[in-house]
Design a protein around this ligand. Structure first.
Ligand code: NHR
Ligand code: GAR
Length: 191
């Protein structure tokens, strides 16, 4: 069976990207990793795995729209059937989202629909939640609101700080993102 061609977008550390690379799913082929930040450490994981990398620095564009257009052109060069956001930190414009409708996934560090947006671990601690987690979802125009595919829960422990809680969540992310991508590659996910 032909492998599912995939492009990953990152902004930083890239531990989710690493988990996906390490899962070595025979159903997928990571064609490229694109970062909006020139210094994203995650680019190194891609390079070590022999995956093409590209930097599209949002700071060099006059507007969000011009950045999104350049990003779309770069992605489409690789002709992916799936695009994944893996710690990608720029909100994407509606035209971009429409172009990839049904084949754009994100992992978000909360039990959606709770705690959309940024700084989720800090907000979960401030709200005295007993439980936290992470969600893989289809990306739609409305931020962090697309259909959820898989979630994982973790307890919030009495002595947690942002770092300890984030680490517990991240461990689960590394399990569920490869799982969601595998299901997509099997053709089992539709939106
Ligand atoms: N774009 C759309 N249209 N819809 C979604 O659901 C998206 C999206 C782009 C990214 C990831 C998301 C997350 O998982 C994501 C989902 C960045 C921000 C943000 O406020 C919010 C949510 C997410 C990613 N970014 C700031 C901005 O002005 C910049 C912050 C920074 O650069 O550090 O774009 O949480
Ligand atoms: C992950 O926890 C991911 O859920 C979160 O950032 C981290 C990226 O880690 N994503 C967002 O907050 C998106 N706004 P990684 O770079 O090591 O994969």
């Amino acid at each position: 069976m032909a492998k599912l061609p995939l492009v990953a977008l990152i902004s930083g550390r890239g531990s989710n990207l690493k988990a996906i690379i390490d899962a070595a799913d025979p159903l997928i082929e990571i064609r490229a990793v694109i970062s909006n930040r020139p210094q994203a450490p995650g680019l190194l994981y891609a390079q070590q795995a022999g995956i093409a990398t590209q930097i599209i620095d949002h700071k060099t564009f006059k507007s969000r729209l011009e950045f999104d257009t350049a990003l779309q052109t770069a992605i489409d060069h690789y002709q992916p059937k799936l695009v994944i956001l893996a710690g990608f930190m720029r909100i994407l414009s509606p035209d971009f989202i429409k172009h990839y409708r049904g084949c754009l996934l994100n992992i978000h560090p909360s039990l959606l629909p709770a705690f959309k947006g940024l700084h989720t671990h800090q907000r979960v601690l401030q709200s005295n939640m007993k439980e936290h987690g992470t969600s893989v979802h289809f990306v739609t125009e409305e931020l962090d609101s697309g259909p959820v595919i898989i979630q994982a829960r973790v307890p919030v422990l009495p002595d947690d700080d942002e770092d300890s809680l984030a680490a517990r969540v991240l461990q689960e992310e590394h399990r569920i993102y490869p799982q969601a991508i595998h299901w997509f590659a099997q053709g089992r996910l539709k939106t």
